[in-house]
Ligand binder design. Structure first.
Ligand code: SAM
Length: 218
């Protein structure tokens, strides 16, 4: 079966299961070739709904969680988004598709070799003008480009890092896994028009740890 056919089946399953809820998210998952974001030995598994290793003890998240978090965040054309935890670059490109035209994704990764591989993929797939990958401790956010309309964190934190709340625009939204190292919940954080913070707990998830100043110790 071709990768395209496998991708089509995955989109159908994720829609039936309720992870994909909108046409926009269905279209971008159908468009972005996940097989190019995993090491060659895992390509045949790229359309199974599971996380896969990408080296350095890190993973590309399962397609269902990518779809679910993307629906929760609801990135819109023209928006500026910060992603913490670039990993393979797959989620960053999904976000870039959804903020087009006119939007921009800044994605921060702490492991330089992972960031470099993601940057190459981003360039190779033609997203270099819409996705900027930077190396650093994303628990501090990326103040150089703040404020952001939306922030997505794809590693799990012990608490919501205060710099990320600061760097969220008023009216902005963040999705972040928070909890224990092996067991977390997604949290949705909203900054109201007067700067007030609303936060609620969503589904249970398991993510690799966010390391760094406002994450877990190195
Ligand atoms: N979004 C990624 C994708 O589409 O492939 C998957 C992210 S992976 C589950 C989590 C990533 O967060 C890892 O690459 C890890 O190195 C990174 N990470 C952990 N702590 C970080 C930090 N403080 N700042 C930036 N990246 C961090």
């Amino acid at each position: 079966m071709s990768y395209e056919e496998k991708r089509r089946r995955l989109v159908m399953t994720l829609s039936e299961e309720g992870y994909i809820r909108s046409q926009r998210v269905a279209q971008v998952i159908m468009k972005v070739p996940r097989e190019l974001f995993v090491p060659e030995e895992y390509r045949e598994m790229a359309y199974e709904d599971r996380p896969l290793p990408i080296g350095y003890d890190q993973t590309i998240s399962a397609p269902s969680i990518v779809a679910y978090m993307t629906e929760l965040l609801n990135p819109l054309p023209g928006e500026k988004v910060l992603e913490v935890g670039t990993g393979s670059g797959y989620q960053a490109i999904i976000l870039a598709e959804l903020v087009s035209p006119g939007g921009m994704v800044w994605s921060i990764e702490r492991i330089p070799q992972i960031a470099e591989a993601a940057r190459k993929r981003v360039e190779m797939l033609g997203y270099g003008d819409r996705v900027k990958v930077v190396v650093g401790d994303g628990s501090l956010g990326y103040p150089e480009e703040a404020p952001y309309d939306k922030i997505m964190v794809t590693a799990s934190a012990p608490e919501v890092p205060p710099p990320l709340i600061e760097q969220l625009r008023t009216g902005g939204k963040m999705v972040i896994p928070v909890g224990h190292p092996y067991m977390q919940n997604l949290y949705v954080v909203r900054k109201g028009e007067r700067g007030e913070i609303h936060m609620w707990r969503d589904i249970a998830v398991v993510f690799v740890p966010l390391k760094g100043k406002y994450g877990w110790r190195e």
